[in-house]
Unconditional design. Structure first.
Length: 341
């Protein structure tokens, strides 16, 4: 078996709008932003992942940075293929004289179309996959946080990623009812960007908006453990000169309010469509929050106040999906029912 391991490799991939994670041999080998920098004239890859993110919004006309995924699905096929291939190379520490054949399990949003599924499969095959399996994100997240999806008990998972928020009620190895809304981390960044422009006449970039979200992002205007104000630099729209202002978490909570309300409405819609017996299970078990959005301060409390249900956030919500995908990869026969081929 060891000899054949040299020719093949098993990869679990969480292909996200904001970050891509690759798990191989039970360990997370790659955790990089989903972005690639290309030379405009030659089309050659200059950088990908964290290095490309450092160049984002700072390049001259000969270099372009591309985020190949939008709203959880592939928007730029060519760039996605190059990015997947590059990240797979990063995950393989061994120097080989040939490219091994890969068996991949990739997680996808539950609400994507057949065309979007085909784009994921084709990109993976062009990047060297011999076998491609896909698994819906909410199911992967549920497995990743230790939920037994095979039992006849209802579990509700809310996975807030970069491009989409996936809400699903899971029982008996399947999704009973789900909601997928394209309101997630990227929309939060845009909300902060717009707020800074309207309220402070300050023009900031996408990366600065994301920094504000990490440092002082909040879903509630009143927090028990409040972060200190964050200093942000940008361009004054009135004078055109760079300036610095301090942003408080209460301002960010106000900026994100409408988008978080959309997620709350989608959760309520999913709860309305759940069969009564599963609703009883959810009442006992509560709602599981996963994805990067689960790290937003006070979000669990806000959703709990809205739904009157307990809300649980795992220790590592960001890696829940890739850990679940890795678990599916190790036990493909057991999870045949949830795989999309």
């Amino acid at each position: 078996m060891g000899f054949f391991d040299f020719f093949t490799s098993d990869l679990a991939i969480d292909l996200g709008t904001a970050n891509t994670l690759i798990l191989t041999k039970g360990k997370i080998a790659v955790e990089e932003p989903s972005i690639i920098a290309l030379d405009r004239q030659s089309g050659k890859v200059i950088a990908l992942g964290a290095k490309a993110m450092q160049m984002h919004e700072k390049t001259h006309e000969n270099i372009k940075t591309i985020r190949p995924l939008k709203d959880g699905v592939i928007a730029d096929f060519h760039a996605a293929e190059q990015m997947i291939r590059g990240l797979i190379k990063m995950s393989d520490a061994k120097k080989r004289f040939f490219t091994p054949s890969h068996r991949m399990v990739i997680c996808i949003p539950s609400g994507i179309t057949e065309v979007e599924k085909r784009a994921v499969r084709d990109s993976a095959e062009h990047a060297g996959a011999k076998e491609v399996y896909m698994v819906p994100e909410p199911i992967a997240a549920a497995i990743g946080i230790g939920v037994n999806i095979e039992e006849p008990m209802g579990s509700m998972v809310v996975d807030i990623g970069g491009g989409t928020t996936e809400i699903a009620v899971i029982a008996m190895s399947g999704i009973v009812c789900d909601q997928s809304v394209r309101t997630a981390g990227d929309v939060f960044n845009r909300d902060i960007l717009d707020y800074m422009r309207r309220q402070h006449n300050l023009l900031i970039g996408e990366r600065s908006a994301e920094k504000i979200k990490f440092e002082v992002g909040a879903a509630l205007a009143e927090l028990d453990d409040a972060p200190e104000d964050y200093e942000i630099r940008g361009r004054d729209l009135l004078t055109g000169i760079p300036k610095v202002i301090n942003v408080s978490y209460a301002e960010v909570a106000f900026a994100l309010d409408k988008s978080i309300s959309k997620i709350e409405e989608a959760i309520l819609r999913a709860l309305e469509t759940a069969p009564p017996e599963l609703s009883a299970d959810i009442y006992d078990r509560g709602i599981h929050l996963t994805g990067g959005g689960a790290l937003l301060r006070g979000l669990d409390k806000r959703i709990s106040l809205k739904t009157k249900l307990p809300v649980h956030v795992p220790d590592d919500p960001l890696r829940a999906v890739v850990l679940g995908t890795g678990h599916v990869l190790r036990e493909l026969n057991r999870y045949k029912a949830i795989l999309i081929t």
